[in-house]
Design a protein around this ligand. Sequence first.
Ligand code: SAM
Length: 265
Amino acid sequence: MHMRTKKWARPELAACPWFTAKGVSRRNAWRQRFAEPDRPLHVEMGCGKGVSSAQMVAEHPEINYVLADLSADVLGDARRNVVRTCGEQVANVQILQTDICRIEEQFGEEDRAERIYIHFCNPWTEHPKHAKRRLTHPRQLMQYRGFLAEGGEIWFKTDDDTLFEDSLVYFDLCGFETVYLTHDLHRAGFTPNYVSEHEEKYMRLGVPIKMAVFRKLEGDPGFDPTRYRLTPGVRESALKRLDRETGLPTGSGGPAEQEKCRNDE
Ligand SMILES: C[S@@+](CC[C@H](N)C(=O)[O-])C[C@H]1O[C@@H](n2cnc3c(N)ncnc32)[C@H](O)[C@@H]1O
């Protein structure tokens, strides 16, 4: 989707004390950017205009947030949305302009994020070669592992069936367990759920929203993402095995009634 350049976005971001495009200098020191560094740290990857993020930040002053995106134009909107809901003096959010493909240069082990959100990332389904650009690709997940706290979680939402199923395999390979999964988030009534700009759009079109929560398992999965290609055979056998092991429905046609939270078992 092409977005018009917003002339006001860059100057407003530059003047904002809680914005940075220099994440590298904050590596291992994100917590110190907040008034209360010991509070949980949640990072949103590809926050876009921050419609849902602003709501979340406002309702959770006890959590510190980093909202990350590549585009200064959308981050300009994200900043305005946060100001609208929390005011200019908001203390629990930082906005980061960055290419998430290089996120390990900007976050380190000592940042210990408790949670990462990935909502409606670009599905990159047109060509298998493009899959490595997905924000859930193993190249990314192995980077996120490096700064996620032990037991830290990744919350993932998408409208796209192929991206969702492929991502289940990616998370499994990269040492994450699935703790929640639904093929129809709004029917499942999962809370808390903050509806993002893209979520709103797909809801209006009647597309069911897929969501899963993955928890980082202890230990090194010993997986090298640089050589990885998700071939159809590997994909099908991994999905079948995940179905068997977790009891969580992984097929795109899986009935919504089958949503399951392992914690409830
Ligand atoms: C489809 S939008 C979703 C925005 C928002 N999360 C939502 O649900 O409405 C995807 C967002 O991811 C951002 N994005 C895509 N690739 C990125 C990358 N490599 N680094 C940083 N942001 C990226 C885009 O700029 C865009 O704002």
